[in-house]
Design a protein around this ligand. Structure first.
Ligand SMILES: [Zn+2]
Length: 270
């Protein structure tokens, strides 16, 4: 979309005007943007080194917002690529946190489309005649969260190694629903990012709004791998991306909620 409102100053900006703001103002104001028509949270992306112009997008628009169509030319993930997946109540989803070279990914993809079957000699079917056990990668779960609205409210059991099993509706926490009650809890935190910002010691902070909103801490040793795996050319590409991170919510001494991405395997982006 061409314009967005900053709720901090109440002004409407064009993307070009916004890109000319003083850098400090820009970093602050970009976390307080909304769509002019539907009023939902928006993001800003700076011009890219490869020549893409500055732009705004929503995170995402309210259904029926007329400005949604104008976001199509930028990479606003989560539209139109869903394959219906049927889950039964009581299905147990084992989260695959392993990834590696191309071969591994292709193998898992093929498995996901094939018939449900046990792997590694596991027993299935304990949950009843219709219950099944299936393996899903983090990227698949993020796709379901974004494109299959009922999945996040469902009773599918989410199984992560060495963690208590929880139904999807409790395990997945949208970034706008994070509360102090989640502090110390291991969850799947997901939603859309406003921006990425360099912090001390090479850390990259992935933000989901102003100071009150949760952020993710990407340590320098994992940054190259994460950016390469999700084909991000520059840090600006995090703006507007959907993220899912499995981790524990912490709170800093000055009351900032954050989660550390302590392994490249626990993050998915789209
Ligand atoms: Zn809108």
């Amino acid at each position: 979309m061409d314009t967005a409102i900053c709720t901090e100053d109440g002004l409407t900006y064009t993307a070009v005007e916004f890109s000319r703001l003083d850098p400090l103002q820009l970093e602050r104001k970009r976390r307080h943007l909304i769509c002019e028509e539907c009023g939902l949270a928006a993001f800003f992306r700076k011009p890219s080194r490869s020549g893409r112009g500055a732009c705004f997008g929503a995170r995402p628009h309210r259904e029926g917002c007329n400005l949604a169509a104008t976001d199509n030319e930028i990479r606003v993930p989560g539209t139109g690529d869903d394959q219906d997946e049927a889950f039964n109540p009581g299905d147990r989803i084992i989260v695959e946190l392993t990834f590696g070279g191309q071969d591994g990914e292709v193998h898992l993809d093929r498995d996901e489309r094939g018939p449900r079957r046990p792997r590694g000699g596991r027993h299935i079917g304990e949950g009843g005649p219709h219950a099944a056990q299936m393996h899903r990668r983090l990227s698949t779960l993020l796709r379901l969260l974004v494109t299959a609205p009922n999945f996040r409210y469902s009773d599918q059991i989410i199984a992560v190694t060495n963690q208590p099993e929880l139904p999807a509706r409790d395990f997945f926490v949208h970034l706008s629903d994070v509360t102090p009650l989640h502090i110390g809890q291991f969850r799947g935190f997901w939603g859309q990012l406003t921006d990425a910002r360099e912090g001390a010691d090479g850390v990259l902070w992935l933000n989901s709004g102003g100071r009150a909103e949760m952020s993710f801490c990407l340590p320098p040793e994992h940054r190259p791998e994460v950016m390469q795996r999700f084909r991000l050319e520059e840090e600006e590409d995090f703006s507007g991306s959907y993220i899912l991170v499995l981790g524990t919510l912490h709170v800093s001494r000055n009351n900032k909620k954050f989660c550390v991405i302590d392994d490249p395997a626990v993050i998915a982006l789209r």
